[in-house]
Design a protein around this ligand. Structure first.
Ligand code: PMP
Length: 412
């Protein structure tokens, strides 16, 4: 592999063997880039085209007052469409909160604080995001990591069945249904969420930030699910909370915790206690309309599985690109980390992608993989905003790159 990288570094295509690959700029400015970034993710062009329709709004989407009848109509429609699209049962309510996913990492323990008594919260830590949520909860309540794998959460690559270790005294069980960084996913065809008998009396709380709207949800055992908006719901900053009304009634938080995190305050004010993230909600309205017109959640789920399979079929047979997660039961269809062992070759590949207007495969992380003695993976993120066609374009680019490399076409 090292020799290959050397030969490629003097290549006919003049690809840069020091290219970092973090930039999201287009090489060919006449074409839209395809952005495979883990988030904020690519928004379908059909939705972007609908942002500013002068014939419909007297004011632009950036200026709508949350007290206006226009915004009330948008909020009503968003709630109605969310409920239909995600088949949310009547005994749940939808809240539009701020502070993204991290807002909820704090909101969850704080909203539960008053009813915790001697109970604990059980965090099933399967990667970086559930770990962050777990660490945040430790500031406020008595919580523990029930999976307690040997590896650091950044390094988690494998989870075996059965993984649920739930106690009678766990007030709630927390999991992240798709670990965006690690590429580990809970789903019915792999490891499903814990069921009633496994949960005992615990409430089930799920971070669906990177998979909500990509697969059907079985709401039967769920008490609260949330998702930040930067993956499949447009722009970053806001968050949706879908919560059982009975749980809201049980929590006794008014005047006890910061209002901005208090689910009951959001509920009682129809998410209008303060100025909500107007533009997010405006955009979500357009996105939901787009998802529903595509055929709804089943179509999106099938697309997601098809896209994931296409990528894995290629990675599993490649000699250069290696998937990080090999266990088919847990590997994510949505975020697919993969490794190119040689750093120079990785740079050349990223530059090749850039020259083909493909971006977002490498992202800066708040930690250094080197500190964990790991080869830094690249990542393909296949949110709803990435079409099947675009997925195929990427795979073809990867295939061509590999065949050029093995055929030594790069050598002068
Ligand atoms: N949970 C998951 C699964 C995520 O992927 C992210 C963001 N990448 C978060 C939570 C945090 O969301 P935010 O950055 O909006 O706080």
């Amino acid at each position: 592999m090292k020799n290959l990288a050397k030969s490629v570094s003097k290549n006919k295509l003049n690809l840069n063997s020091n290219y970092e690959g973090f930039s999201l700029n287009a090489f060919n400015k006449d074409k839209r880039v395809i952005n495979f970034s883990p988030g904020p993710g690519q928004i379908p062009i059909e939705v972007l085209d609908k942002i500013y329709d002068k014939s419909v709004y007297g004011v632009t989407p950036y200026e709508i007052s949350h007290r206006s009848p226009e915004f009330n109509n948008i909020l009503d429609r968003v709630n109605k469409n969310m409920k239909t699209f995600l088949e949310i049962p009547d005994d749940f309510t939808i809240l539009w909160t701020q502070g993204g996913g991290h807002g909820q990492f704090a909101a969850i323990p704080l909203n539960f604080k008053n009813i915790m008594r001697y109970n604990k919260a059980n965090y099933i830590v399967t990667g970086t995001w559930s770990d962050r949520a777990f660490k945040e909860s430790l500031k406020f309540i008595n919580s523990y990591n029930s999976l307690n794998l040997k590896e650091d959460p950044i390094k988690i690559k494998n989870i075996d069945n059965p993984i649920f270790n739930i106690n009678e005294n766990d007030k709630y069980v927390y999991l992240c249904s798709n670990e965006t960084v690690n590429g580990i996913e809970f789903r019915n065809s792999g490891i499903p969420y814990p069921d009633k008998s496994q949960l005992k009396n615990s409430k089930l709380i799920i971070d669906m930030s990177s998979d909500m709207s990509m697969k059907k949800i079985n709401w039967e055992n769920i008490d609260m699910a949330f998702a930040c908006t930067s993956k499949n719901f447009g722009v970053a900053g806001a968050n949706v909370v879908i919560i059982k009304k009975s749980l809201l009634n049980e929590l006794n938080t008014i005047d006890e915790i910061p209002s901005i995190l208090d689910w009951n305050i959001y509920d009682k004010s129809n998410s209008l206690y303060n100025t909500p993230a107007i533009f997010n909600i405006f955009l979500i309205d357009k996105i939901l309309e787009y998802y529903i017109n595509l055929g709804g959640i089943e179509v999106l789920e099938n697309n997601s599985i098809t896209k994931g399979n296409l990528v894995y079929n290629f990675l599993d047979s490649s000699n250069i690109f290696k998937p990080v997660i090999n266990n088919k039961k847990i590997r994510s269809n949505i975020n697919i980390p993969f490794i190119i062992e040689d750093e120079q070759l990785r740079s050349i590949f990223l530059d090749y992608c850039f020259k083909n207007n493909i971006v977002g495969l490498r992202t800066k992380t708040p930690f250094s993989y080197k500190d964990y003695q790991m080869i830094e993976p690249l990542r393909i993120s296949l949110y709803n905003g990435i079409s099947l066609e675009e997925t195929k374009i990427l795979i073809n680019i990867m295939k061509t790159f590999e065949s050029m490399l093995t055929g030594n076409i790069f050598i002068k």
